[in-house]
Design a protein around this ligand. Structure first.
Ligand code: ACO
Length: 322
């Protein structure tokens, strides 16, 4: 049987760090409120002119270098993002050209915060069927571009960043199961109301801004992760105790803790980067994965459970042997 294996990871963050203390100066909030409600201490914010594609390109370059794979050997470049550089071409096409992978398939996946895990699921199926031997799979966002910096309910939550993995076809186990879901019935709880077909200049909505009913999102995210964990373990034929590391979407420490409890895992087996990165949407899971690999915590042969939840709603998971 052919598996898709992660052979290397990479990541990139903007240089500028905005702390909770910085945000205290622009909205009526406090470091204490942000830390206790979300676990966030700071986030990276893209510089003027620095794009999602710039961050994903750097993350992708690093993953390719660590894998020892030439860009020209890639069969697929795929990017999970909800903040593309321009309307088209897809940001994956812009990155493919910068890397020198011209000719292979390249496209973006918009599944909001689940974008990277969706992209991993899509790439996995291409590899398993033999159509793709090597894929660069990325998740990247510049979500702070659509944050209303005067709205304390949302501006404290988000950050910018990118992560990437190189997937290769292998006889050795790699990705064991993926579960992808969406329910558009929840579209009004977390969304950005402007865009191409409805128009970018809806003054009622004050430009391109995230709208969120946070408390409701929180409750549904916790319940959804609970069900997703069970579904993913069953799909992979595994038990809770088989999971070495939980690498969850980094939106809120309290949501992460609830999922760890469901798995019966202590927090020292959960990768947490939300304190440093805040919610980077599609960037969150691959950034956390890369941090875990680089710090030496995640080792070859270990079982990793990746999961994400976001606007749509969308939710997705992957169980893999690293
Ligand atoms: N600073 C200070 N006070 C604030 C702030 C702030 N930044 N934001 C809201 N408040 C106030 C509210 O106005 C409210 O005041 P009130 O009681 O006088 O009305 C009070 O704090 C409590 O507000 P709640 O919304 O009940 O706070 P809650 O404990 O639910 O935390 C939060 C809010 C952090 C947004 C939480 O609901 C959450 O994380 N939800 C998930 C949202 C999310 O992560 N979305 C991203 C994408 S989806 C995903 O990735 C899972």
């Amino acid at each position: 049987m052919t598996f898709a294996r992660i052979v290397a990871t990479g990541s990139a963050l903007p240089e500028r760090v905005v702390t909770n203390a910085d945000l205290e100066k622009i909205v009526d909030t406090s470091d204490e409120w942000i830390r206790t409600r979300t676990g966030i201490r700071e986030r990276h914010v893209a510089a003027d002119g620095e794009t999602t594609g710039d961050l994903a390109f750097r993350a992708g370059q690093q993953a390719l270098a660590d894998a020892g794979v030439k860009a020209s050997d890639l069969d697929m470049v795929i990017l999970g993002t909800t903040t593309p550089d321009i309307v088209f071409p897809a940001t994956a096409c812009l990155i493919q050209d910068r890397l020198g992978a011209n000719g292979c398939m390249a496209f973006d996946v918009n599944a909001a915060c689940s974008g990277f895990v969706y992209a991993l699921g899509v790439a996995n199926n291409f590899v398993r069927t033999g159509q793709v031997k090597r894929a660069l799979v990325m998740g990247a966002e510049t979500l702070t571009r659509m944050v209303d910096w005067s709205e304390r309910e949302t501006c404290v939550l988000f950050g910018d960043g990118a992560g990437a993995v190189v997937l290769e076809a292998s006889d050795e186990p790699g990705i064991l199961a993926t579960c992808l879901h969406a329910d558009g019935g929840y579209k009004d709880l977390l969304y950005n109301p402007v865009g191409v077909s409805v128009g970018f200049t809806d003054e009622k909505n004050h430009g391109v801004r995230i709208k969120m009913r946070g408390r409701e999102v929180f409750k549904i995210a916790v319940k959804t992760f609970d069900a997703l964990v069970g579904e993913t373990l069953a799909a992979a034929g595994m038990q809770e105790s088989d999971v070495d590391w939980l690498i969850p979407h980094q939106a809120n420490l309290r949501i992460i803790e609830a999922t760890a409890k469901r798995l019966g895992m202590s927090m020292d087996r959960v990768i947490v980067t939300v304190d440093k990165h805040a919610n980077t949407s599609s960037g969150s899971v691959p950034l956390a994965l890369d941090a875990a690999v680089r710090s030496g915590r995640v080792k070859r042969g270990q079982n990793l459970l990746l999961e994400a939840f976001g606007g749509g709603f969308t939710w997705a998971s992957a169980m893999l042997r690293y």
